[in-house]
Design a protein around this ligand. Structure first.
Ligand SMILES: [Zn+2]
Length: 280
């Protein structure tokens, strides 16, 4: 009962705060809108009524409104994992991009111009915005300049990349480090390979994961909606060797939930089969 009483008082105070904010700024925040719709007469002075202590000894039945209820568990069905335009889309060696040869993601944009991007790769808008925030944070928190080594790769570019690896390493070797065309996170426009200025590393081996920037990214990318797609201990799940440079944008809600649960692959989080190799 005490908790319910406190919740009611907090709600009143929160409403007052939002009302004052709305009066002062007329901003468009959801809180202000909610306050406006809750309060029937915003021109009258608001009154706070503090109820007298309840005298009854019987338990009170306090109705719980849905918005006050304890938040339910994370809704894993809130977005599609099958639609390649969804930020939760899962692509791996068993889950190719549908009609991949013809798929081009929407809203590709250039990266913010102060982020080094030597090959000029774009990303989808939301992923590019999040990258810019992450790059700013890396500069502010560890004094490092993130560098975009890759971003969106079209189907035919992926074909060239993959075939180059096949020529060097053979099919088995190429499959451990590069996606076949149609199976790459890079074709979604939501994956990026990141190094840092002066890291001394390339997109190969564990080098970057041992640097200040690599370690910062591994620990902090989730704050910006990014996930390290191919962790060192999940090769059997992802089908790829450790790639400390490869990050996938999945949105802050999902990246935070995975971080909080300690789950590091999309396959495990969504209960999908491991994807150590191609089916065909
Ligand atoms: Zn990559």
């Amino acid at each position: 009962m005490l908790t319910a009483g406190l919740a009611a008082i907090v709600l009143v105070i929160a409403g007052e705060t939002a009302l004052w904010g709305a009066t002062a700024q007329r901003n468009d925040s959801e809180a202000s809108i909610a306050a406006d719709s809750r309060l029937s007469d915003t021109s009258a002075p608001a009154q706070i009524t503090i109820p007298a202590p309840i005298q009854t000894s019987a338990p009170l039945a306090v109705p719980v409104e849905p918005e006050q209820a304890t938040p339910a568990g994370f809704n894993k069905s809130a977005r599609s994992i099958d639609d390649p335009t969804s930020i939760w889309f899962v692509v791996d060696k068993t889950r190719p991009i549908p009609d991949a040869a013809n798929y081009v993601p929407p809203d590709l944009v250039a990266l913010r111009s102060d982020i080094p991007n030597p090959y000029g790769y774009p990303l989808r808008q939301e992923a590019a915005d999040a990258l810019a925030s992450m790059a700013d944070a890396a500069t502010a928190e560890i004094g490092q300049q993130l560098v975009a080594q890759s971003g969106y790769r079209a189907y035919d570019i992926q074909e060239i990349v993959y075939n180059r690896y096949v020529a060097q390493l053979g099919v088995a070797g190429a499959d451990r480090t590069s996606a076949r065309p149609g199976y790459s996170e890079h074709q979604t426009g939501m994956a990026i390979d990141i190094l840092a200025t002066g890291s001394g590393c390339s997109l190969d081996g564990p080098c970057f994961g041992e640097t200040t920037a690599g370690q910062w990214l591994a620990a902090n990318a989730y704050r910006f909606g990014y996930l390290l797609s191919y962790p060192a201990d999940k090769t059997a799940v992802t089908g790829y060797e450790y790639e400390p440079w490869h990050f996938r944008y999945i949105g802050v809600d999902l990246s935070t939930e995975m971080h909080n649960e300690g789950v590091t692959t999309l396959e495990e989080f969504f209960g999908l089969p491991a994807a150590p190799g191609y089916l065909g």
